[in-house]
Structures are given as structure tokens and as C-alpha cells.
Design a protein around this ligand. Structure first.
Ligand code: PLP
Length: 283
């Protein structure tokens, strides 16, 4: 997944091979920073636009505020526009915005990259996801009144999330779903969990659970409500997911992908509902 476009806040678009981060940047040494992952789509005339850009910018502003870092919204929007002009390959790609705290004697570093879609995504979208539930080891309300735990903040500290994905792969699955110590379903390492049950769409509440507010899940719920779905924030168990008509893992770049196996139990696919949910998310 080589970076195709590289941008640096304040410096514009650079050769993707340019060294841009100092060795003592706290983003590298401590995972201290935040990021956004967005899908870009380019038409056959080479025009690129970012899906849900305003939602991503708003969430990055919230992440920076939670981390006591400045957020140069105008600078970021300019850099995104420059990257869109630099990327003209028709189809989908992944845009990443990263802001690190920077070195102790400097300010934050802002980086933007455009890369091809991860190679597994087309297959996963086609075939669905095999998922295992993994313990997160905290109660579902562990983040209540503890802002220093950075619940809901899209920090760069994703080593645990990546380890959970590798564990899922070791167990023969594609993806993990985190479960709280009290059995509540939380989220996937890089996606929200949504399920259809009794004619409604459900997802885990944000806030005390510490999960990320997914921009794709939020868009889906707004559009689903417009076309008559009931939508709910529900603390559910893995047993409840087994009883759901469809379970999806949902995120900006991969989109909504239905779960075809949960903890070794096969799930039948529901192509009509699945297609409706994917379409509501622009996938
Ligand atoms: N939850 C986590 C932990 C994530 O990392 C992500 C996205 O990467 C999501 C949920 C889904 O968020 P979005 O739909 O905004 O991509």
C-alpha cells in the first residue's frame, strides 16, 4: 500500500519519498496524536472528492481538542484540496490525515497521505467477514467521567487494535469485535458494529463505552431513519448479535461489510437488507 500522494500541513504536496517526521516526534515515540481515515472517489475525468469530509474534519477537531492540540481547520482543508487535485486515478482510494504532537521543542506535525485501498477489502466486501469476539477487559462504562482515557478520540495509539486484528487472523477470521468485561459488544478495531433486528438498526452507544463515534454509522442511521428504519443505541451481548438478522462492521474506507461467521458460527447472508444498507452508505 505505497503512499501515492503525500502532503504536509504548511508545506503542501511533496514527493511521497520525502522524510517528514523527526525521530523524536511524540506521534512516533508515544502514539501521541490523532488521525482520520477517509474514502476518496475519483471519476473518469480525474476529479476526486472526499466522502463525508465535513464529518471527518469535525471529528479531527474534536480529537485535537481532547488531546489539547491546536487544529488548523483552514490549513487542513487547503491541504485536502491540494491532495484531491494531485490524485487523478479513477476509482476508490484511502485518504489519511494524521496530526502528531510533534517533538518536545516543536509544534504538531500534520501529514496527509493517499494510498490504494487495502488489498483485502474487495474480497471482504464480496464474501463478507468472519469475525471473532475478543475481550477488551474493561466494563462498558469504564470511560464515564474519565476524559484522560480518551474515549471516543481517534488517537494514533492503535497498537492494541492492530494486535486484536492479528489475533483474529490467527484464529482463522478476518476481523475482531471487542467485548467489554460485562459482556457488552463495543466496536471492531477499525470499525463500528451495526446490526439489524426486528426491523430496526442498532449500534453500541458512544460516551461511557469509550468507542469511536463512526461517521459511516452516523450517516447510515440518518439516512435509514429518513427511509423509515427505526434506529437504536443498544448495549448488546454477543448472543444478541447471534440473534440479529444481519451484523455489519462499518467504516469509511471498507464500507459496511456483513458478518458471515461469528465466533465460528456461520450466519446466512441477507442480500436485500445488506444491499440497502450498503447503498445508504454510498457503497
Ligand atoms: N471504530 C474505530 C475504532 C475505528 O477505528 C473506526 C474507523 O477507523 C470506526 C469505528 C469507524 O469510523 P468511520 O465510520 O468514521 O470510519
Amino acid at each position: 500500500m505505497a503512499v501515492q500522494v503525500l502532503g504536509v500541513l504548511g508545506n503542501g504536496i511533496l514527493d511521497p519519498a520525502t522524510p517528514v517526521v523527526r525521530a523524536d516526534d511524540a506521534g512516533l515515540t508515544r502514539g501521541d496524536g490523532c488521525f482520520e481515515g477517509c474514502r476518496v472517489r475519483t471519476d473518469t475525468a480525474g476529479h476526486t472528492r472526499v466522502d463525508k469530509l465535513d464529518r471527518h474534519v469535525a471529528r479531527m477537531a474534536r480529537s485535537c481538542a481532547a488531546l489539547d492540540m491546536p487544529f488548523d481547520e483552514a490549513g487542513w482543508r487547503t491541504l485536502v484540496e491540494q491532495a484531491c487535485r494531485a490524485w487523478t486515478v479513477a476509482g476508490e482510494a484511502a485518504l489519511k490525515l494524521v496530526q502528531t504532537r510533534g517533538p518536545a521543542d516543536g509544534g504538531p506535525t500534520g501529514l496527509l497521505t493517499v494510498s490504494p485501498l487495502p488489498p483485502d477489502y474487495p474480497r471482504q466486501r464480496r464474501e463478507g467477514l468472519r469475525v471473532v469476539s475478543l475481550a477488551r477487559g474493561l466494563s462498558a462504562d469504564a470511560f464515564a467521567e474519565a476524559p484522560w482515557l480518551l474515549g471516543g478520540v481517534k488517537t494514533l495509539s492503535y497498537a492494541v487494535n492492530m494486535a486484536a486484528q492479528r489475533e483474529a487472523e490467527r484464529r482463522g477470521a478476518d476481523e475482531a469485535i471487542f467485548v467489554a468485561a460485562d459482556g457488552a459488544v463495543l466496536e471492531a478495531p477499525t470499525g463500528s458494529v451495526v446490526w439489524a433486528l426486528d426491523g430496526g438498526l442498532h449500534t453500541t452507544p458512544t460516551g461511557d463505552t469509550g468507542i469511536l463515534a463512526g461517521t459511516t454509522q452516523q450517516l447510515l442511521f440518518e439516512r435509514a431513519a429518513d427511509v423509515g428504519w427505526a434506529t437504536f443505541e443498544t448495549l448488546a451481548t454477543v448472543e444478541d448479535l447471534h440473534a440479529a438478522a444481519v451484523v455489519w462492521v462499518i467504516s469509511s474506507v471498507r464500507g459496511p461489510v456483513d458478518v458471515i461467521e461469528l465466533d465460528g458460527k456461520a450466519r446466512s447472508r441477507k442480500p436485500v437488507i445488506d444491499a440497502e444498507v450498503r447503498a445508504l452508505c454510498d457503497f
